[in-house]
Design a protein around this ligand. Sequence first.
Ligand SMILES: [Mn+2]
Length: 352
Amino acid sequence: MKFFHIADVHLGAEPDKGYGWSADRSREIWESFRYAVQQAGREHAGLFLVAGDLFHRQPLAGELKEVNALFASIPDTKVVLIAGNHDYIKGKPMKERIQWAPNVFWLENEEMEVVEFADLGVRVYGFSYHSREIREPRYEQLRPKDNVCKNILLAHGGDEKHVPISRDTFLGTKFDYVALGHIHKPQILEKDRAVYAGSLEPLDKNETGPHGYMKGELTSQGTSITFVPCARREYKRIKIQVKEQTTQFSLEDTLEKAIQERGVQHLYCVTLEGNRAFGTEFLPDRLYPLGNVREIQDNTRLAYSVDTLKEKYKGSILETYIRLLEEEDTEEWKKALGYGVEALLESGEEMP
Ligand SMILES: [Mn+2]
């Protein structure tokens, strides 16, 4: 039996709000979700598992309708969902909010419940969040009723405030598969057994690398899982090493080329490192428009020679400062010397 496992879609999220591509990202999250559903249909998956946080916040009636219509378009695939900490069950139960398609199964109780699909020979276990936090480690020591059929656990959490999970929680688990959500980076806790699908699309700048869904197969030999990347874009980091001869224009050329090589559709966090020439200040405002630049971190230091500075600023605070800190030859003092010199030069306090 083939199954799909997705998590943390966060429909309704607006990543990088205030940036030019934010509205596109909101739409792309929906598109990726539609793609994953359609793909499950095309590949005749028996199950489509949603491990929580399908919605970024309490879903609107229109959003539920949209999601339900997509699920209804794959009637031969059973869709099983739990609610996570973002879309926790509040007020009216899911089952009463709209008329769900017959292939949609919400495990929306606060306590563990089970849905059994005799035709697939599978049971799916899970419970939903009814609040933003669950601090009890509720997945410890969980085991299926019996192993006369395959058993899958849908789970959401893993940090201190969201059902803590340790290294041992799913070690040697009796479940045939634990479909996890909440951690946005795809991650394997137990090979082919306990896996975080990761967010379908990356949602913020820390979610670097590929994103997508897990595709699995349950056979009499066991479970096998493959990660299928499908996100429209990735967050990527670019490190640029500047030198004394680097100018604003040459830096712009370097960044533009780096973005072209990696793909202009992606989203970039840029770090500048190395030593810039005395008198050179890089202008971030001219770097942002060179691509989808999310962040620029300028960690460059001023290139200078202590002797030249002492000579040039003879009789100034700067010279006194250098002489004072030069006496010690430890790493800390050298660092302090560097920071101090830069601060004095930038403040203009170096003048005699
Ligand atoms: Mn979550």
